[in-house]
Write a protein that binds this ligand. Structure first.
Ligand SMILES: [Zn+2]
Length: 140
């Protein structure tokens, strides 16, 4: 019986593998983590950035500042793939764009370009982050 189960399982695996060879264009929705988890990651990065600037440790803030861009992009993808109503997706996308812009301004300053300081952007960042947390947690 165990043997039979095993062969059924391997047949299933072969079928699944065959099904997966449909080409790279096949869209596979991201399964790693929920919107809620992704937003929690972003909050954590924001805290590191904030603490870094608060203690004048620019290096401690700069790494997370770059990481937050990637994480925002992942959140955008997760939201697009989710079953949320399009109005919610648009709202989330709007918040993501606001955060991109704010963090981007701060990063510019760190690269010696004309940007903003974290203090100047922190209000926008905190308020937008709060809205993002609310909408993503409510949508689960
Ligand atoms: Zn940078």
């Amino acid at each position: 019986m165990a043997l039979r189960l095993l062969s059924v399982t391997s047949l299933f695996c072969i079928l699944v593998l065959a099904g997966c060879s449909g080409g790279p264009s096949e869209h596979v929705p991201a399964e790693s983590g929920s919107l809620e988890d992704k937003v929690a990651e972003i909050v954590e990065l924001r805290n590191k950035i904030r603490n870094g600037f608060a203690s004048d440790d620019v290096e401690a803030a700069h790494g997370p500042l770059h990481a937050v861009g990637d994480t925002l992009e992942e959140l955008s993808q997760l939201a697009a793939d989710s079953g949320l109503p399009s109005a919610s997706k648009e709202t989330i996308e709007g918040h993501i764009n606001t955060l991109f812009a704010s963090f981007g301004e701060v990063d510019k300053t760190l690269h010696g370009q004309e940007g903003a300081t974290y203090d100047e952007e922190s209000r926008t960042i905190d308020e937008t982050m709060e809205k993002l947390v609310q909408i993503c947690n409510a949508s689960q």
